[in-house]
Design a protein around this ligand. Structure first.
Ligand code: SF4
Length: 235
């Protein structure tokens, strides 16, 4: 099977939820938050790869990337759109003063893990003046993690393993770039947990491919299917 970080995360949260989405084809409807996040990611990628660092180019990138689904009405959409414009224009100032250079945007990696294929997409890779690589993940929520949380971030660690296994470079730093909160938090990457992550990803892929889908009720309060799932503990 093909294992992405999303599949791995959802299987580890609740295998039954994994089955509902990836076996039964249930969809999670878009929300204002998810559409907003996707729009910011796409606008930043398009603007940074365009080679035009002007305000106008950034506004045009947001216009082209803006997703309209998930909002209750036009007023709500306008409020989120304004928030996106403010966040991106502040981000532009940060980008213009940055000393590192962008070496990859939406960089895909693919590697073989036993009988499975691991695939992922890294938001961004920068290279500092000293040649060291920095692996960056954009977040568009209001919270800002601590450096310890960044060092332990499961998604960044999954991507760092992908970079080392498939792309031939080792990140020195992991960074969460909180575009909306206006903060950047970095931590040194310690690859010592990679063997355990490989083993756990392989175990999850084996179990999912083998049809092992036991519900995990501890995740029910945050689950999109809690209202109609047969095993929900919070209906
Ligand atoms: S409601 Fe609970 S048991 Fe059902 S899929 Fe969600 S987390 Fe799993």
């Amino acid at each position: 099977m093909e294992l992405s970080f999303t599949r791995y995360r959802i299987y580890r949260e609740c295998p039954w939820k994994y089955k509902l989405i990836f076996v039964d084809g249930r969809r999670i409807p878009p929300t204002a938050k998810s559409s907003f996040g996707l729009s910011i990611h796409r606008a930043l990628e398009d603007w940074l790869s365009s080679g035009d660092d002007s305000e106008e180019a950034l506004s045009a990138a947001l216009r082209a990337a803006w997703r309209r689904d998930g909002y209750a009405d036009e007023d709500e959409e306008s409020r989120w759109r304004l928030k996106a414009e403010r966040a991106l224009h502040r981000q532009r100032e940060v980008e213009l003063s940055r000393r590192s250079r962008v070496v990859a945007l939406e960089k895909e990696f693919v590697w073989e893990l036993g009988a499975h294929t691991v695939r992922g997409m890294i938001d961004r890779v920068d290279q500092g003046p000293d040649g060291a690589y920095e692996l960056i993940d954009y977040k568009t929520g209001p919270s800002v993690p601590t450096p310890a949380q960044v060092a332990a971030d499961a998604q960044l660690r999954f991507y760092a393993l992908g970079a080392r296994s498939a792309l031939g470079f080792s990140p020195a730093t992991l960074t969460v770039d909180c575009v909306v909160a206006g903060a950047r938090v970095s931590a040194a990457y310690d690859p010592s947990g990679e063997a355990a992550l490989r083993a756990d990803a392989a175990a999850a892929a084996d179990a999912a491919a083998g049809g092992v889908f036991l519900p995990n009720a501890s995740f029910c309060p945050r689950c999109d299917f809690r209202r109609d799932c047969a095993y929900s503990a919070v209906k």
